[in-house]
Design a protein. Structure first.
Length: 350
């Protein structure tokens, strides 16, 4: 736009110069008319014509220069207008996107509420709390509400710790009973194995004595054997030793089978008890780990609210409210400190 204004002002100035030149031409004509009495008319006309042609040629050249300058400036102006229009559309698009992004972003109040919620989550050890207490803590401005939340959470965690202690004691008693039963069954299995070995030895001895008797019977006369076989059908007392041996062997075999069945049942029960023992051991270790983590959370809450608790009174809030046992707390305290101690972990790995 500045270039156009400059061209227009230049054109106005040229028009003004043109007017001046015309006035000069008129004055020249007047002078020539005044001097016509002294000059030749043809010379006067020729000189005036030359002057006019010179002025016209100068004006035409200047007009062409002005037109070329004006066309170039107009083209530049059009290109600049196009560039500015494209830039303006880009800026409008960017402004629209920024407005949309600003609408999607959270407000300052929402950010402050989120900060409060994060602080409360860090304070209670990333555990869930009740919705009403959450609203009180996030909407309130006093730290006493947050302190009340922490104290209530501490009491709940101590109650959970007491329940876990009771469960551990129950699992420990069940584990001891299972160990005793396993020991009894193991001793019983060993006794039955010894008895089975003894019975098998007796069976082998009985079989060897039967072989000796059969060798003696082979030395007898065939007629006596035939008479014995005939008399076997009539008098059962002649075959009583062999029948006694066979009946004893059957009794021993039946007793051995019963012992083997009982042994298998005992081994199956022993296997089930071992599985139960392993399951109880795993559950006991898991319960211990949960208790250690719970002790760490309670310790975190106690450290967070220690100053406010002391200011309220001389009561020791860290003691076990339910059971009052300090030895269990000392045990889990030692386990927690060993767990967070890198040197103890390294010594366990070594």
């Amino acid at each position: 736009m500045d270039e156009v204004e400059r061209a227009q002002s230049r054109l106005v100035s040229l028009e003004r110069e043109k007017g001046d030149l015309r006035s000069q031409l008129q004055t020249t004509n007047e002078d020539t008319s005044n001097n016509s009495d002294y000059m030749d008319p043809s010379d006067i006309l020729e000189s005036s014509l030359n002057a006019k042609e010179k002025i016209i040629s100068e004006l035409n050249a200047e007009l062409r220069n002005i037109e070329s300058t004006l066309s170039s400036e107009k083209e530049m102006h059009v290109n600049e207008v196009k560039k500015l229009t494209a830039l303006l559309s880009e800026k409008e698009t960017a402004i629209t996107e920024l407005k949309k992004e600003l609408q999607e972003r959270p407000t300052t109040r929402l950010v402050d509420d989120l900060k409060k919620k994060v602080q409360i989550l860090q304070a209670v050890g990333y555990n869930s709390i009740e919705a009403e207490d959450w609203e009180l803590a996030t909407n309130g401005e006093e730290m006493s509400k947050l302190e009340a939340l922490l104290l209530d959470k501490n009491r709940k965690m101590e109650h959970e710790l007491t329940q876990l202690k009771v469960k551990i004691s129950e699992k420990s008693s069940l584990l001891e009973e299972a160990e005793k039963k396993i020991a009894e069954l193991t001793s019983k299995v060993e006794e039955q194995q010894k008895l089975i070995l003894k019975l098998e030895d007796d069976i082998l001895k009985g079989c060897s004595s039967t072989d000796r008797r059969s060798s003696l019977l082979n030395g007898w006369d065939l007629q006596e054997i035939g008479s014995n076989e005939v008399s076997e059908g009539t008098d059962p007392r002649n075959s009583s030793p062999d029948q006694d041996q066979s009946s004893m062997l059957k009794v021993i075999c039946n007793q051995r089978d019963r012992f083997r069945t009982r042994l298998r049942e005992t081994e199956e029960e022993l296997r089930r008890l071992k599985e139960k023992y392993e399951m109880l051991a795993v559950e006991l270790e898991k319960t211990k780990a949960d208790n250690v983590q719970l002790y760490g959370k309670i310790r975190y809450v106690q450290d967070y609210s220690h100053e406010k608790i002391v200011s309220r009174g001389p009561k020791k809030y860290a003691e076990d409210i339910e059971s009052g046992s300090s030895d269990v707390e000392t045990k889990y305290k030692k386990m927690y400190e060993d767990d967070i101690n890198p040197f103890a972990a390294f010594s366990r790995k070594v």
